[in-house]
Design a protein around this ligand. Structure first.
Ligand SMILES: [Zn+2]
Length: 71
C-alpha cells in the first residue's frame, strides 16, 4: 500500500497571446454606393453612411452617388 500522495501532473503553461476582437464599424477607405428605393422615390446610399436626396428616378440617384464618390 502506498501512502496517499497528491501527485497531480501540471500541464506546461502555454502563454496565450491576448487577442482582442476589434470591431470595425467603419468600412475601409473608399465609398461603395448603391441605390435604395423609398416608396416611389429612389436615393443613393453609401457605405460611409451618406445618403443622397430622394429622387424620382434611379438614374438621378445614381448620378448623386457618382458625384459623392468623386468628392
Ligand atoms: Zn461615402
Amino acid at each position: 500500500m502506498e501512502p496517499h500522495a497528491k501527485a497531480t501532473p501540471t500541464p506546461p503553461l502555454v502563454s496565450v497571446p491576448l487577442q482582442r476582437p476589434q470591431p470595425q464599424p467603419q468600412p475601409p477607405a473608399g465609398h461603395t454606393t448603391s441605390t435604395a428605393e423609398r416608396g416611389s422615390f429612389c436615393l443613393a446610399v453609401c457605405t460611409c453612411g451618406w445618403t443622397g436626396p430622394a429622387r424620382r428616378s434611379r438614374d438621378l440617384a445614381r448620378r448623386d452617388a457618382a458625384r459623392h464618390t468623386v468628392e
